[in-house]
Design a protein around this ligand. Structure first.
Ligand SMILES: O=P(O)(O)OP(=O)(O)OP(=O)(O)OC[C@H]1O[C@@H](n2cnc3c(O)ncnc32)[C@H](O)[C@@H]1O
Ligand SMILES: [Ca+2]
Length: 510
């Protein structure tokens, strides 16, 4: 019986074997094409999200970032989808009212829950970084600072997101992450990677922008120095990003943020002329403000000026004299005691500034309001002339002209503008408007600041080495697959026909 079937099968196969083989081959070919095409077809993009709280000295802002999971290692592709300003002061003001922290943060967290799809919540990292306000509080009262961070931690952990910690970041981190943010967004980190000319690649890092950040309590300057062979007394920060090495200088001046610098100036003024009334050239004529003397001196930044005064309140009367204001502010910067090859101020080592700089936060707010951003200025005389005129304008007039602007900001633009120019002078910038680019949002939507760099670093999103490019782009890959498969099919069919015909003729000949 088995023998009978076996011989039938044999006969069937010898007759139709080639047809079955061909049929199987074509089916496999179709399957191959189908798999290749479906594997490479356009699937909807898979997005990821990240949340960073910038807990600054003057206020807290929550940023939500979004990026495509597939393109995670490419440069410049993470962008901001939301910045939520937390109502109220900076978190360091909550030392004696910890119970208010949940209310303080809940509105922005609610916004995050709305904006990020629910099924993504558990994989979305949340970070909170506190800066100079909390650094100052920690110097005054470490336990208080700790308690605030613990309250923040317990509140943020109660959300379905992936909370990754609340901490005080160092001034160097703040400077370095700001530098990474702007260079990442400006596309400076991967530039010239494909250059064939080795001499142009050697100086690649010089093409990054330096970063200038002016906060309320501290200010940072960060850049790649021209001469990397100098032996610095402090270590430069070393980064390897997208296959390039960067040796970065960064320094954070605590107490030289805009708000603390103003308090230092006022404290210095009282020391120089102890009186309950201060004629202040940094405020508009007709402007009046009363400051509590104990508030002024109960502060780490003004401790060096402490003294006993027979009055409890200081009354400020503006006089609006730019030149005098600048002279007063110069006294905040001590430039005589440099023990190194070059210094900025207060005896702090700093290599000479070089290259282009991006200036953000209060640098931008101030210069943008004053119309003194680089694209609107052509000479130093123009800057001085504009500042003189602005400071000299009576407060009443300024107040009515800019009725929509917050009073605190408006009343301080004369001081802030003068402070920005004095600080840049102390850093030894010449022709600032040629080299300093005041920036707020980069690529239309993402704010310049340390938060993005912080998240990119903590989520390892900037690789040390440049990702290897794929040998073929997707369309080329698909076209090649199809073309080779068709050639294979045609060759096979032709081969079969030839084989059939030749065996037919052979049979006939026999
Ligand atoms: O970095 P630290 O020092 O911790 O401080 P911060 O993060 O709170 O500081 P910001 O950059 O938010 O603000 C810097 C200063 O600019 C002020 N400021 C904020 N927004 C402003 C605006 O739109 N116009 C003018 N000034 C503004 C603010 O009050 C501060 O004095
Ligand atoms: Ca800040």
């Amino acid at each position: 019986m088995f023998l009978v079937i076996d011989s039938r099968v044999k006969r069937f196969l010898s007759k139709n074997g080639l047809v079955i083989l061909g049929f199987t081959f074509i089916l496999s070919l179709i399957a191959l094409l189908a798999v290749g095409l479906t594997q490479n077809k356009n699937t909807p993009e898979n997005f990821k999200f990240g949340i960073v709280f910038d807990a600054g000295s003057s206020h807290t802002t929550m940023y939500i970032y979004k990026w495509s999971a597939e393109k995670v290692n490419d440069t410049g592709l993470v962008y901001e989808i939301e910045s939520c300003k937390v109502k109220g002061p900076g978190i360091s003001a909550f030392a004696s009212n910890l119970q208010d922290i949940p209310m303080y943060l809940s509105k922005c967290m609610g916004r995050a829950k709305e904006l990020i799809p629910k099924y993504k919540h558990h994989q979305t990292p949340v970070y909170l970084g506190a800066t100079a306000g909390m650094r100052l509080l920690r110097m005054e009262n470490e336990e208080s600072a700790e308690r605030i961070l613990n309250s923040v931690t317990s509140f943020l952990s109660s959300y379905p997101f992936n909370f990754r910690g609340a901490r005080i970041i160092s001034g160097s981190e703040e400077g370095a992450y700001g530098w990474i943010t702007i260079n990442y967004l400006l596309g400076k980190l991967q530039k010239k990677q494909n250059s064939k000319d080795p001499s142009s690649r050697r100086n690649e890092s010089l093409e990054t922008y330096g970063a200038l950040d002016l906060g309320g309590a501290s200010t940072q300057i960060t850049f790649v120095p021209k001469d990397t062979n100098i032996k610095p007394p402090i270590k430069f920060m070393q980064f390897r990003l997208y296959g390039n090495n960067y040796s970065v200088y960064t320094y954070s001046f605590l107490c030289y943020g805009k708000d603390q610098a103003l308090l230092k100036k006022l404290a210095m003024d009282i020391m120089n002329a102890p009186s309950g009334i201060l004629l202040d050239p940094c405020f508009h004529p007709g402007y009046e403000r009363t400051v509590d003397v104990s508030y002024l001196f109960n502060n780490t930044c003004t401790r060096e000026y402490n003294g006993q005064f027979p009055f409890h309140e200081l009354k400020i009367n503006g006089t609006g004299e730019f030149q005098q204001c600048q002279e007063d502010l110069l006294d905040l910067f001590h430039t005589t005691n440099c023990r190194y090859t070059s210094c900025t101020f207060n005896g702090i080592f700093m290599p000479p500034v070089q290259g282009e700089f991006g200036a953000f936060s209060a640098y931008y707010y101030t210069m943008n309001f004053l119309n003194l951003t680089s694209d609107k200025v052509s000479s130093e005389e123009m800057v001085i002339d504009k500042m003189k005129k602005f400071c000299a304008r009576p407060w009443k007039e300024v107040n009515t002209t800019y009725a929509g602007v917050k009073q605190k900001y408006l009343s301080e633009y004369c001081f802030a503008g003068t402070y920005v120019l004095t600080l840049l002078q102390a850093y030894n910038f010449t022709d600032y408007w040629k080299h300093i680019h005041f920036m707020d949002k980069i690529n239309d939507n993402t704010e310049a600041g340390w938060t993005l760099g912080y998240m990119l670093n903590l989520t390892n999103m900037i690789p040390a080495e440049l990702p290897q490019p794929k040998p073929f782009s997707r369309p080329t890959y698909i076209s090649l697959m199809v073309a080779f498969s068709l050639v294979l099919a045609v060759v096979f069919i032709l081969g079969s026909i030839i084989f059939h015909k030749s065996s037919y003729f052979q049979k006939k000949a026999i």
